[in-house]
Design a protein around this ligand. Structure first.
Ligand SMILES: [Zn+2]
Length: 177
């Protein structure tokens, strides 16, 4: 296997559920909406906030790995995907440093995330249609529960999602050949 182009840093989060095992059926893409990586890492490891993710990807492509794919961490909240609610139990969370409403993802962020994802998607046989944005799984939840409070904020934008998916599907295909 080719050597990774991007740096991996172990940065464990205390915010996970030790009683559960992640089924790893999907991937949820997020942006941190924090101005700096230091702030993002702070939020995602803050025991008072109870939010986490599997990996945070900085603008230069550096990956901060917070827990293993089979860990259940708290990135999705009220959510619906693949016929099920509670996406934290069966999805991987990828947090991109920055806010895609203001700045697009960098090429390094996209490449680094795909490099991280390809072996995981292969190992757990994740369908491409189960790679979605946080906004998409929230909207799906809201559709099922119109009266329940659930944030509708953009996370990540559809434009950046499409860019990401184009790159991901191209590389999934090239792996098959
Ligand atoms: Zn999110």
């Amino acid at each position: 296997m080719a050597k990774s182009r991007y740096k991996d840093i172990n940065y464990p989060t205390p915010n996970f559920d030790p009683k559960k095992t992640n089924l790893v059926e999907g991937v949820i893409l997020h942006h941190t909406a924090e101005p700096t990586i230091v702030r993002s890492l702070g939020v995602l490891t803050n025991t008072h906030k109870k939010v986490g993710t599997h990996v945070v990807i900085d603008t230069d492509g550096t990956r901060y790995r917070m827990c293993s794919p089979t860990t259940v961490t708290f990135h999705a909240g009220r959510s619906y995907l693949n016929g099920k609610e509670g996406c934290n139990n069966f999805t991987i969370g990828i947090e991109f440093q920055g806010n895609t409403l203001n700045e697009p993802l960098t090429a390094d962020q996209i490449k680094s995330a795909v490099e991280y994802l390809l072996p995981i998607m292969k190992k757990y046989k994740i369908k491409l249609s189960n790679v979605v944005t946080h906004e998409m799984v929230r909207k799906a939840y809201k559709k099922r529960h119109p009266k329940v409070k659930c944030s509708g904020k953009v996370d990540i934008t559809q434009t950046e999602y499409k860019r990401f998916m184009k790159y991901l599907s191209k590389h999934l295909d090239s792996k098959k050949k």
